[in-house]
Design a protein around this ligand. Sequence first.
Ligand SMILES: [Zn+2]
Length: 88
Amino acid sequence: MSTENKQVVDIENRRDRWRFTCPNGHRSWEPTNHHFWCQRCARHREVDGVFYDLRDRKTGELLDRDKVRLKAGVENYHGGIGQVVDDE
Ligand SMILES: [Zn+2]
């Protein structure tokens, strides 16, 4: 519905890293343009590591990529420090 309701996830914030995981509970995920990718999941032969819903361990909810607003804190991710990355 409203874009104001997006959950901000700071992928460089340790607390957010612990809170938000891939659906299998791994913290080794990375955002991509339209979904997420998990390194640990990708190690399994039958899956490629791509997933679409980030798991919020605090609430148990699954957050669709569209509902997540990613905040990156380091320069190696799409450039820019503290930049909010979104794919609009
Ligand atoms: Zn995973």
